[in-house]
Design a binder for this molecule. Structure first.
Ligand code: GDD
Ligand code: MN
Length: 352
């Protein structure tokens, strides 16, 4: 098996020599090539790389027409001749000594092997707690929004290996910010494994991912949700929810005005009928492709979701009122939070 190590670079001249030396030492038992994809760096990384290609099995691609980390990696895929592709950063935050472990995981049957900060044994060096919190929060959000990757602990890692077939002939979006996430959603694969590693400190130079990173990430998650059809589901779930409001109000009115029932008690069967209405339409429409659990289980967890949604709504409401927020606004926020909770419980459990 031939391995192609793809390294996107932008102003990484001062890291290049050590990087190549350590890769070549780690890969001495392998048939391999290194592909540096440089976006015409002002520090002339490409020029220095070309010089080093006399010493290492290295190909340098200097792009002048395009820019961006993801598109550089995609370009690397197109140029690579190996059976296994490894993607890594040039700044030595990704230890080259890990590459053989990733390749071994592929040899043992994985289609994608991720060097992961968030499996036991993995770590991040020198990050403040809030930096970790943001990273964890962003990943949690991605995993909740995209059920396909919910079992992956570090879907935004920039250090991973994959079989050529995973991405060959697949259209990857180059503005996609996190290339691994793009691959995990659109690629062709069965088995993913995560290998722990410590995300080290940058050797020289500075990070290019600053400022708008978080917004770009949210946009990417949103785009992938749309691509996956998860956004359509969310819209359908909303419409079904609105139909439930009509059912609830309609039956409440009928029970009180036509049958003369007690107003307080009449809302219990009216609510239950609305829940059944919502279940029916979600089962037949919103999640019709995901009816894997037996009917009784779907019904049960749907009710559990409704109940926990109501509870969450009330807790948020009580909390916000206690904090001095107007009770109608507090309730509105409670409704939105409850809605999200219900959608997620149903998406991941009822029709998970
Ligand atoms: N060709 C090219 N074009 N390369 C780029 C570009 C670009 O526009 N922007 C960055 N790179 C290269 C850098 O030179 C480096 O080799 C690698 O991509 C990662 O860039 P950094 O600027 O060091 O990113 P980071 O350390 O903030 O982020 C890393 O960790 C994240 C996880 O926390 C990256 O690996 C991310 O992909 C990863 O999600
Ligand atoms: Mn870095």
């Amino acid at each position: 098996m031939k391995v192609s190590v793809i390294v996107p670079t932008y102003n990484e001249r001062d890291n290049l020599e050590e990087l190549l030396e350590r890769i070549s030492r780690a890969m001495r038992d392998y048939d391999y090539e290194i592909i540096v994809v440089d976006d015409d760096s002002p520090d002339r990384t490409w020029e220095f790389a070309q010089k080093l290609s006399e010493k290492y099995p290295l190909r340098v691609i200097r792009r002048t027409d395009e820019k961006g980390l993801s598109s550089a990696v995609i370009r690397g895929f197109k140029e690579a001749s190996g059976d296994v592709f490894v993607v890594m950063d040039a700044d030595l935050q990704h230890p080259p000594e890990k590459i053989p472990e990733l390749v071994k995981a592929i040899e043992e049957g994985a289609d994608i092997a991720i060097a992961s900060r968030y499996v036991p044994g993995g770590a991040v060096k020198n990050w403040y707690w809030y930096r970790k919190l943001i990273s964890r929060g962003a990943i949690m959000l991605g995993r909740l929004a995209l059920p396909k990757i919910r079992d992956v602990k570090d879907p935004v890692s920039g250090f991973f290996a994959l079989r050529r077939e995973v991405v060959e002939g697949i259209e990857l979006n180059p503005i996609g910010f996190k290339i691994l996430m793009e691959i995990l959603i659109k690629g062709r694969y069965n088995k993913v494994v995560e290998v722990p590693f410590t995300f080290g400190l940058r050797k020289a130079g500075e990070s290019k991912l600053t400022g708008k990173t978080m917004i770009k990430y949210l946009k990417h998650v949103y785009r992938l949700m749309r691509w996956e059809g998860e956004l359509d589901r969310l819209i359908k779930f909303t419409l079904v929810g609105l139909s439930g409001v009509l059912v609830n109000e309609g039956f409440l009115w009928a029970f009180v005005n036509l049958l003369g029932w007690n107003r307080i008690l009449a809302n219990i069967p009216a609510t239950e009928l609305a829940i059944l209405n919502n279940f029916l339409w979600n089962d037949l429409w919103t999640f019709k492709d995901l009816r894997r659990n037996p009917l009784w289980k779907r019904l049960l967890t749907f009710h559990a979701a409704a109940l926990s949604g109501a509870l969450v709504q009330w807790i948020v409401y009580a909390g916000l009122v206690y904090l001095g927020i107007h009770y109608l606004i507090a309730n509105l926020i409670g409704i939105v939070v409850s809605f999200i909770v219900r959608f997620l419980v149903n998406r991941h459990v009822t029709w998970g």
